[in-house]
Design a protein. Structure first.
Length: 126
């Protein structure tokens, strides 16, 4: 049996999906772009602000599921410009500690609403 995880501290879904779904001790957090949860508007500014907003959104959903970012076992990062990948690494180090989760980074042509970064993750609450 699975349950939907939802919080007002992260952007509401902008399509036919849930913020996250918990199945047993595993939580699947849907892709998050840098939307401000209060306004639903894409964060403007530099890529650092966008990356931080995405990590903050992931953290809020992880906490709503009963975990933290320390429970992330797999993180997927999608970037429209791979030159931003070093900044992802730099900022990620402020949100995570060792042991770091498994991770994939993928360059993509476009993301929803013109975002430059999107991330999704899997948590283990066991």
């Amino acid at each position: 049996m699975s349950t939907v995880v939802q919080t007002s501290r992260a952007p509401q879904a902008i399509g036919t999906y849930s913020q996250a779904v918990r199945a047993g001790d595993t939580v699947y957090i849907s892709g998050q772009i840098p939307l401000d949860p209060a306004t639903g508007v894409l964060v403007s500014g530099d890529i650092e602000a966008e990356i931080r907003r995405v990590f903050d959104n992931l953290r809020a959903i992880a906490e709503a599921a009963g975990g933290t970012l320390a429970n992330v076992v797999k993180l997927s990062v999608f970037l429209t410009d791979m030159t931003h990948f070093p900044k992802v690494n730099e900022i990620m180090a402020t949100y995570f500690t060792t042991p770091y989760p498994a991770r994939a980074a993928v360059g993509v042509a476009a993301l929803p609403r013109g975002a430059r970064v999107e991330m999704e993750c899997i948590l283990s609450l066991a």
